[in-house]
Design a protein around this ligand. Sequence first.
Ligand code: UDP
Ligand code: MG
Length: 323
Amino acid sequence: MEQSQELELSIVVPVYNEQDCVEKLYGEIVDATAGIDGCEVIFIDDGSTDNSLSILKELQGRDSRVRVIRFRGNFGQTAALSAGFDHARGKIIIPMDADLQNDPADIPRLLEKIDEGYDIVSGWRKKRHDTFLTRRLPSMIANKVISKITGVRLHDFGCTLKAYRSESVKAIKLYGEMHRFIPVLANWSGEKVAEMEVNHRARTTGKTKYGLNRTFKVVLDLITIKFLMSFSTKPIYVFGGLGALSGLGAFFTGFVVLYQKFISAGHLAMNRNPLLTLTAVLITTAIQFLLMGLLAEILVRTYHESQDRKIYMIEKIYESKEL
Ligand code: UDP
Ligand code: MG
């Protein structure tokens, strides 16, 4: 992964079974970047089972600006992007989908926007060509919620087409479906984020790898992000707080139980009293929360102090030596 020579631009394209569009995409990228010196295109073959790899290898043989990273299996779009970012040598990194839904013609405008002094320019597919019920509607709601919770106001977190300053994106570790949260993570560490309308086209070949269930994953990722950003260095505050709440509840219900036994209804059978059970449960929960908080504290220390770990495994990298 030597960063021998710095280039102007790296374009990063995750590819998973996209044999019918990669070559056309490559052509469009070549046209769009004609005026840019020092440009590379990194295709990450995310364990495709169709002809994608052989087409990519053929492109790489023809054009030394093309690099191909082949994964050992299907690690997902986020892992593929992450590998691309790790290996990119450009000062600016632009990821995009392989399926021609993003338009390489937007690249020069993204670069201009970065030149205005932004660290990240996020694409906004204002006229999005995907199905309404399973894709556009959930995404609309998700974007609103994410904006609200994270305080980073963007219309379209899910758009792959974005432009990053290399340092901004290389510093961020990605897990799950986290690539859409890069602007959030970057913004939190003080980077300047802008938004720009980009072209979006309907998918004409291959098929989408996602459905409605991705929304669910995104929600869970959002909770993780919020937790990490707010409490990752002090989890005991969250768990300790919840534990204190349970403890307080136990105190009140326990008090009522004692009152019932000794003062008001002395005849109440204690073994049938739901409040007694509730008190026991709440005390247990309080202790559990506290212990979980302590465990989280230990984990957080390991997390922050342990060495780099990758979320993917590379089988082989196809690239020319001379670039
Ligand atoms: N992709 C990938 N690995 C996966 C799923 C998708 O590399 O496991 C790539 C896919 O080839 C495409 C991009 O991620 O280039 C976006 O995928 P898709 O077009 O299916 O998503 P959508 O545009 O429908 O959100
Ligand atoms: Mg797509």
